[in-house]
Design a binder for this molecule. Structure first.
Ligand code: FRU
Length: 732
């Protein structure tokens, strides 16, 4: 049973492991460090998230530094500490964040720098738009917009951040090409609207009345901050240009469309593309080290179309997010179902294992039981064999001793001799008792207590007839066939039976069967354990054969167990006597069986001479009684058919019935108690009586008709049988 629990435990653990493994294929943890938190960063983060939806093994960890160097450094370090597989970083300023980025890179974590630059080469890939070009194009646009003449203010992005530097450089180089354009002031901002507002407000306060044609804010929020300052100052409103060109309610495209800004420049976020780059690096796919993102100018001319397009994209993104949410729900459900299936599977397997365990347990128990039964049977056979070996010699000591004790020779023996004999006798009985007990202990049931007790009682109390005193065996005495392989037992049985019975002997069942068929004895006494053919089979054969089927069989055996007796009776035995046996019991049993034979005395339905036949019209052969067997019916038929033949002999009858004379004689005698020749004569006389009563034939005619050679012999026989002369029958 312990093995079974070990097995069940292993199955359970394997399934749990399998369930957890299948749920958790290798996940990529990507850290995203944003320098700021604004609508441009929001847009990019959500694009990154959407990109991650296409890779179910990607987990994103976001951090926003709110334009603070210290904060961003600390966030990068802590992201690295959580065990990220890749870092995406937009450094607040070119040089300040580099040490933290280097640390991550040196730990073997791939780094993607995006949108803003660092001053170190320790990064895996860079992705971003060309800020110099953007500044340059904006300079060109402004020159054209102002028709090469005008005064402008430039409001910068955060000092030290790469887009601010590059946009400024591009812008100033473009403007330098247009001498009619004058940059009146370059004010320092930090990408946020309030800073831009404050710095422009301060300048306006200092330069009241100065005419300004255009303000270039380095992003849309900066441009709007400047616009607010101008509005508040109540000055003549210049044009405002910015960069970012975001979609959405407060995005640059809408601001251009609403003429709050004159122009903007789409500063691409491309979060999905960024995520794909990260996955390619993580999965070892080929990737671009430097990716330049394309951009476009937003003006009154294209703002509507761009807004429509970007809103459509936003709508699709929204749909995608919802789809993803649904898919996640389904995946969760699927996961739950899978867990459920694994649990159910585990339960089924455990149940099966349990059933198998129970089955094996019962199988083993049955096997042990079988083995035990086999052992018991072998043991029993052994004890039966031993007891047989002991019982036979015991019989041969105890029986003859009893006989000797009762002979005249012994009556004159000395007291000492008597005492010695009784010691021998007591101890043989004691030995018999011990054998019975030994078998008893083996089987656990009382064995033959009755029989043993009976035997003892009879042996001790009843004197038996002295064999020598038995009258000479007469020819008509019943014949007993003794079948035993032990010559001493046969001799002993002969000594018991010879006075009263004619004896036949056989040393095994096969020979016994031959004798039973040839001689048709009146009774058979047979041993069970014999070579060639054992007593049980012999008994069966005797009972099967038509010739011998009527012969009573007594099984005389050492097999004392109840089940052995049952076997004996099942083979057709009429009695079962165990060794050692009492001669009186055997004689009583034989006598009993012979006397209780159902002999058919009145074979021909003969009536007293004066009686009238109950069935006058019937032939005598038709009269039958219930105990008649097939053999008797056949015999009667044969006799009646040949009744008128005065030369008909018993040999003739036997030949017609396919038997020897002895066989016919013994079988008929056993079944009817009469000799066949007597039965033949009785049949003739019965038929004659019938004819006398029913016909007008003369006595002589009737005598010849029923097979008598002379009427005078007929009359004599008739008188002997019925006590009257034939003529008397006529008279009645
Ligand atoms: C967003 C932002 C944008 C600007 C860019 C420069 O955080 O300030 O408005 O174009 O960063 O890096």
């Amino acid at each position: 049973m312990r093995k079974f629990y070990q097995f069940a435990f292993i199955i359970l653990m394997s399934l749990i492991l399998l369930a957890s493994c299948s749920q958790d294929s290798k996940k990529y943890r990507i850290g995203v460090s944003q320098c700021s938190d604004d609508i441009w960063r929001d847009k990019q983060n959500s694009e990154l998230q959407i990109g991650a939806y296409f890779h179910d093994n990607v987990e994103l960890r976001f951090a926003a530094a709110f334009d603070s160097d210290e904060r961003q450094i600390q966030q990068i370090d802590s992201l690295v500490g959580t065990g990220i597989d890749l870092l995406i970083v937009a450094p607040n300023q070119v040089s300040t964040i580099s040490p933290a980025i280097d640390r991550a890179y040196d730990k073997g974590i791939p780094v993607i720098v995006f949108e803003r630059k660092t001053n170190t080469k320790k990064y895996t890939a860079y992705m971003g738009a060309d800020n110099y070009e953007m500044g340059h194009l904006m300079g060109e646009y402004i020159a054209t917009r102002l028709h090469e003449r005008g005064r402008i203010i430039e409001v910068m992005g955060l000092k030290g951040s790469s887009p601010a530097i590059e946009r400024h450089n591009g812008f100033r180089e473009a403007i330098a090409q247009h001498p009619g354009i004058q940059v009146v002031a370059t004010l320092q901002g930090d990408w946020t609207e309030p800073t831009a507002y404050n710095t422009v407000k301060q300048w306006l306060d200092k330069n009241k009345g100065e005419k300004i044609d255009l303000v270039f804010g380095m992003n849309d929020r900066t441009a709007m901050g400047a616009r607010k300052a101008f509005e508040e100052a109540g000055s003549v409103m210049p044009l405002f240009c910015g960069i970012d060109g975001l979609p959405g309610e407060n995005g640059g495209i809408r601001l251009v469309l609403d003429s709050l800004l004159d122009a903007s420049y789409i500063y691409p976020t491309h979060g999905d593309q960024l995520l794909q780059l990260a996955v390619d690096i993580l999965e070892g796919n080929p990737y671009e080290k430097e990716t330049k993102l394309m951009s476009a100018l937003v003006t009154q001319d294209n703002a509507r179309v761009l807004l429509m397009e970007s809103e459509e994209i936003m709508r699709q993104s929204h749909n995608l997010e919802q789809l993803h949410e649904k898919a996640s729900q389904y995946l969760d459900q699927l996961g739950n179902q899978r867990t459920l299936i694994f649990v159910a599977l585990a339960a089924i397997l455990l149940l099966l294992a349990l059933l198998a365990g129970i089955y094996m347990y019962y199988l083993q128990r049955a096997r042990i039981q079988d083995e035990r039964m086999l052992m018991e049977r072998e043991q029993l056979d052994f004890y039966t064999q031993v007891s047989h070996e002991l019982r036979t010699p015991l019989t041969l000591i105890q029986g003859p001793l009893d006989q000797l004790l009762r002979t005249n020779d012994f009556r004159g023996a000395s007291d000492n001799a008597r005492e010695l004999f009784s010691i021998v006798r007591r101890n043989t009985q004691h030995l018999t008792g011990l054998i019975n007990k030994m078998l008893d202990a083996q089987v656990g049931t009382p064995i033959q207590e009755m029989t043993s007790a009976q035997v003892d009682a009879i042996t001790v109390s009843q004197p038996i007839a002295n064999p020598a005193a038995v009258p000479e065996q007469d020819e008509d005495a019943p014949t007993v066939l003794i079948v035993d392989d032990n010559a001493d037992i046969r001799t002993y049985l002969r000594s018991i039976l010879q006075g009263q019975y004619r004896l036949l002997e056989a040393e095994d069942g096969k020979r016994g069967l031959e004798l039973a068929r040839e001689q048709v004895p009146d009774l058979i006494v047979s041993d069970v354990m014999m070579p060639v053919m054992n007593g049980l089979e012999f008994c069966q054969q005797v009972k099967k054969d038509d010739i011998s089927s009527h012969i009573p069989v007594i099984l005389l055996t050492a097999r004392a167990l109840e089940k052995h007796q049952i076997e004996g009776y099942e083979s057709g035995a009429d009695a079962y006597i165990t060794k050692p046996f009492s001669p009186e019991l055997l004689l009583a049993r034989i006598g009993n069986l012979l006397h209780s034979r159902h002999q058919l005395k009145d074979l021909w339905g003969m009536k007293p001479a004066t009686g009238t036949s109950a069935t006058p019209s019937q032939d005598i052969a038709v009269a039958s009684t219930p105990i008649e067997d097939a053999f008797i019916s056949r015999f009667k038929e044969v006799v009646v058919e040949r009744l008128s033949d005065s030369n008909l002999s018993v040999e003739d009858l036997a030949a017609v019935m396919g038997l020897s004379r002895v066989q016919l004689y013994r079988k008929v005698k056993a079944l009817t108690g009469s000799k066949p020749v007597d039965l033949l004569r009785k049949a003739r006389l019965a038929q004659a009586q019938k004819l006398l009563q029913e016909t007008a034939l003369s006595v002589s005619e009737i005598a010849y008709q029923v097979g008598f050679a002379s009427p005078s012999y007929f009359t004599k026989c008739y008188k002997d049988e019925f006590g009257t002369v034939p003529g008397e029958a006529r008279k009645s």
